[in-house]
Design a protein around this ligand. Structure first.
Ligand code: PEP
Length: 244
């Protein structure tokens, strides 16, 4: 089993001076026990590369195009992310699915293209409040995960990352209870079969310094994808330390 991973999703936040301060607070992280990474807006990847190069902290994109290059205004390719030293890329974040109409098929294609380019894709999956209330949680998770498995083949899931992020817990202050999260993580691991031990399954959704340890104490929770709390170095590092 790989070591835990704590990954920050800055979403559309940051500025050059604010990033400089934040990255300065992170770059001495020692990744011996816990891997740490940040996913800034793509325009700030060069700044991350300059500040984090030579450190243990990795960086990556928040989205990727399915196309290699060409007339796709506003898109960023997997090769471009690699060129800027990216290690990870998020695919299928619920905000992309919700505001940009990304389907399971499109997300699966992004997952495949990212992996083929040498990036570690982080597949974000999760149910809405309505789906949870309709007891559809496990069916939704299974469908979203299966689309990626079908796109690359089960063996190729090894070395990738899956982030379970209940949509109702993202940026809301609501968190799945450790038991609720563990139940979904166990289902994800089971669906991955023999490859399950080689996939890091992260939890995301209002992870904070005061709830991280309890979540990380669950058997199938291998780390976290952190939004709001990743914008403050002390909070983000406190979460990462809870995974040690
Ligand atoms: C996210 O954006 O992936 C996320 C989990 O956000 P937050 O931690 O703010 O809920």
């Amino acid at each position: 089993m790989a070591k835990p991973l704590v990954l920050g999703n800055w979403k559309m936040n940051g500025s050059i001076p604010a990033n400089a301060e934040l990255l300065k607070g992170l770059r001495d992280w020692d990744a011996k026990k816990v891997e740490l990474g940040v996913c800034p807006p793509a325009v700030y990847l060069p700044q991350c590369q300059v500040v984090l190069n030579g450190s243990d902290v990795r960086w990556g994109g928040q989205d990727v195009s399915t196309h290699p290059e060409g007339a796709y205004t506003g898109e960023v390719s997997a090769r471009m992310l690699r060129e800027l030293g990216s290690h990870y890329v998020l695919v299928g974040h619920s905000e992309r699915r919700q505001y940009h109409g990304e389907t399971d098929a499109l997300v699966a294609e992004k997952f495949k293209v990212a992996q083929a380019a040498g990036l570690v894709p982080v597949l974000c999956i999760g149910e809405t409040q309505a789906e949870r209330e309709a007891e559809q949680t496990l069916a939704v998770i299974e469908r979203q995960l299966q689309a990626a498995i079908d796109a690359v083949g089960i063996a190729q899931m090894a070395g990738t990352v899956v982030a379970y992020e209940p949509v109702w817990a993202i940026g809301t202050g609501l968190t799945a209870s450790p038991e609720q999260a563990q139940a979904v993580h166990a289902a994800i691991r089971a669906q991955l079969g023999d490859v399950g031990a080689k996939v890091q399954v992260l939890y995301g959704g209002s992870v904070k310094p005061d709830n991280a340890a309890e979540l990380f104490g669950q058997r199938d929770i291998d780390g976290a994808l952190v939004g709001g709390a990743s914008l403050k170095a002390s909070d983000f590092l406190a979460i990462a330390k809870a995974a040690v």
